[in-house]
Design a protein around this ligand. Structure first.
Ligand code: ADP
Length: 631
């Protein structure tokens, strides 16, 4: 044990020695700082190693009572014992009252050691108690702070005595003055009336069964505002085995409840739409699943939530998923068509729109996906495509059947240049077979031969293009050229019905961007119809072209034949409408479709007197071929 450090205020060195001897003899080694004046006393008082003060009452230049006062103000924790020969009863009481620990008369120094021992023990106890109190105070402060931060108060409820203890934060949650003593009745009364019966039931059952309980209910605060709280408590047996108490926590969950309510409201709004809506977090885990999603994908919200969207829906993306992710991150949105797998394994096409959700700091936290079923649209698209194909097939059949009718005429058309070629070839041979071959004449004949064969080839090419199933590109065309080509092709057919073909073409006609074969087909349909309308009477088929306003071009085909069926003139454009014994009724409906696909109009009108007139418009191009050449 280390030496006991004592501050001794004593003017008699004899007494000082005596005291030291006494303490050391009976007790422990001491190190004594002996002082006599106020200045020495004050200086020694500052030494932190001092553990005890012993003081005489009367000194030549100082006194014990003043020393006690100094000690109390500078080192209140140090035990202070008077050791004096003169201290009377009254002074002794006075000294103790002020704060001295004890007093020992020099005449009865035997009391010194026990007095010092007791004083040191008590001081030690006091210091420890103070430390413990300090620690408790600190931990209570921490607890109160934690409760405040977490909006969680604590409570104790002694079921046996009915007493309730609330922490500071619990009072704050209830917005009540901590001076108020809480009771079960008060708790019930402060509860929202719709929740009262339920809370009472929970508390009654908990106190009867002595089991843990959880209760969520609303509080009505003194200012009539409403708060949501959640109480959780478990039972403990008190010091007295008969007493039982609940210790628990009360959390203010208003904010969470309100957020939940808003979310629920939003969710019910989302449920109103038939769109399939779901939300995924950034790991693609489903966190929300609307009724529409339940209906479309057949998974219930319970089944879907918490699952990985790619695993649940086995989606087929139109582009690599990484691209979708990149687009989503850059523009917060993505839209496209997907194929999804439903619960029953069937696949379904959907039009989908994804929106990236960001938190207040702009960090992406979720993706909301809204989709709808496009099965019908897809089916309609397939159906449209099928019809389009059918139309192309019909148009082809129409052309081929027209060509059948034209066969004789075509044979004639080709035979004529071939015969011319043969004649030229004969003449050529004759010029060459002379004794003195006339090369110049022979060359002329050969040129005529080439020209005739080229004409035949041109006719064959024109026919061949009509026979092909056409998917040609649009090109810039001179409509006058096509009209003339068709007039040549149909000349023999017309001749055999005593019909002549006359063309009146506008040389300033703008060119048009169109499918060559399709326009050939329209002209052939209209011209053949006109020729057929005049087959019993003969007549003239007039084909004209001209430029009209808005850079449009207008082509008309008119005849002086039997005229349009008067009862339903518009029906002639319907598919399969025909008045001819061997007609197909396809020609005009196909022609109108072709013209409309080229942004033009095809119409029919009766002609004054006899016959009919068919007209179509087409948009013209900016420039004429000549001006192109000039450029
Ligand atoms: P088809 O010639 O095979 O009957 P179209 O669709 O080309 O099929 O013509 C439908 C109907 O329109 C014809 O059957 C005829 O009654 C009427 N029609 C077409 N062109 C003329 C015309 N120039 N004069 C009178 N009637 C016409």
């Amino acid at each position: 044990m280390s030496a006991l450090r004592i501050l001794l205020l004593e003017d008699s060195s004899h007494d000082a020695e005596l005291i030291q001897e006494l303490l050391e003899g009976d007790y422990r080694t001491c190190q004594i700082d002996l002082v006599q004046s106020r200045a020495e006393f004050l200086a020694a008082l500052k030494n932190p190693e001092i553990e005890l003060i012993l003081a005489d009452y009367k000194l030549p230049s100082f006194d014990g009572l003043s020393a006690l006062k100094l000690a109390l103000s500078f080192r209140p924790e140090l035990p202070f014992i008077f050791v004096s020969g003169t201290l009377g009863e009254e002074l002794a009481i006075e000294a103790l009252k002020i704060g001295a620990t004890d007093y020992v008369l020099k005449t009865r120094l035997s009391r010194l050691v026990p007095s010092v021992e007791r004083a040191l023990r008590e001081t030690k106890e006091r210091v420890e108690r103070k430390k413990a109190e300090e620690a408790l105070r600190r931990s209570e402060m921490y607890l109160a702070e934690a409760q405040r931060l977490s909006h969680t108060g604590s409570f104790g409820w002694n079921v046996t005595s009915g007493e309730i203890y609330w922490s500071e934060e619990t009072y704050r949650i209830y917005a009540l003055d901590p001076a108020i003593k809480p009771t079960v009745e008060m708790v019930i009364n402060r509860t929202h009336q719709d929740d009262r019966a339920r809370l009472r039931q929970i508390l009654d059952r908990a106190s009867a069964d002595r089991c843990a309980f959880t209760a969520e209910h609303r509080l009505v605060l003194p200012d009539d505002s409403v708060k949501y709280v959640r109480a959780v408590a478990h039972g403990v047996t008190g010091d007295n085995p008969d007493s039982f108490l609940f210790v628990g926590a009360l959390t203010d969950v208003t904010e969470r409840k309100l957020t939940e309510e808003t979310l629920r409201e939003q969710a019910s709004l989302l449920n109103l739409t038939h769109d399939a809506i779901f939300v995924c977090d950034m790991n693609r885990v489903i966190t929300y699943w609307s009724r529409g999603a339940e209906a479309l994908y057949q998974w219930s919200a319970e089944e879907a939530k918490g699952k990985l969207a790619p695993e649940l829906l086995k989606t087929i993306f139109p582009v690599p998923f990484e691209r979708i992710k990149a687009e989503l991150r850059s523009s917060d949105q993505w839209e496209g068509e997907l194929v999804r797998t439903r619960k029953d394994g069937t696949q379904i096409p959907v039009a989908s729109r994804w929106t990236l959700q960001r938190n207040a700091r702009g960090v992406p936290v979720a993706a909301l996906e809204s989709s709808n079923d496009i099965t019908h649209r897809k089916r309609a698209e397939i159906e449209r495509e099928r019809l389009r194909q059918l139309e192309t097939d019909l148009a082809h059949i129409n052309r081929v059947s027209m060509m059948g009718e034209l066969a004789a005429s075509l044979a004639h058309e080709i035979k004529q240049p071939m015969a011319a070629a043969v004649t030229s070839a004969g003449a050529c041979m004759r010029w060459l077979g002379r004794d003195a071959p006339d090369l110049s004449e022979a060359r002329n004949c050969a040129s005529a031969m080439v020209e005739a064969v080229m004409r035949a080839t041109g006719i064959i090419d024109g026919i061949r293009s009509l026979y092909r199933r056409s998917t040609p590109e649009r090109e810039l065309l001179d409509l006058n050229e096509i009209i003339q080509e068709m007039a040549v092709l149909l000349r023999d057919t017309a001749d055999r019905r005593s019909v002549s073909i006359r063309t009146e073409l506008d040389t300033g006609l703008p060119r048009t961007t169109a499918h060559r074969v399709q326009l050939q087909q329209v002209l052939m349909n209209l011209m053949l119809n006109g020729i057929e309308a005049m087959q019993d009477t003969g007549g003239e088929l007039i084909v004209t072209s001209k430029r009209i306003e808005h850079r449009q071009l207008l082509v008309s085909v008119s005849d002086s034949g039997i005229g349009l069926p008067t009862d339903e003139p518009e029906r002639i454009f319907e598919a399969f409408f025909t008045t001819k014994p061997k007609g197909t009724g396809m020609g005009l409906s196909i022609s109108r479709r072709i013209i409309e696909a080229h942004d033009g109009r095809l119409s029919a009108s009766p002609k004054t007197g006899r016959g009919a007139k068919f007209q179509f418009t087409l948009p013209g191009e900016e420039t004429r071929p000549e001006s192109v050449a000039l450029l």
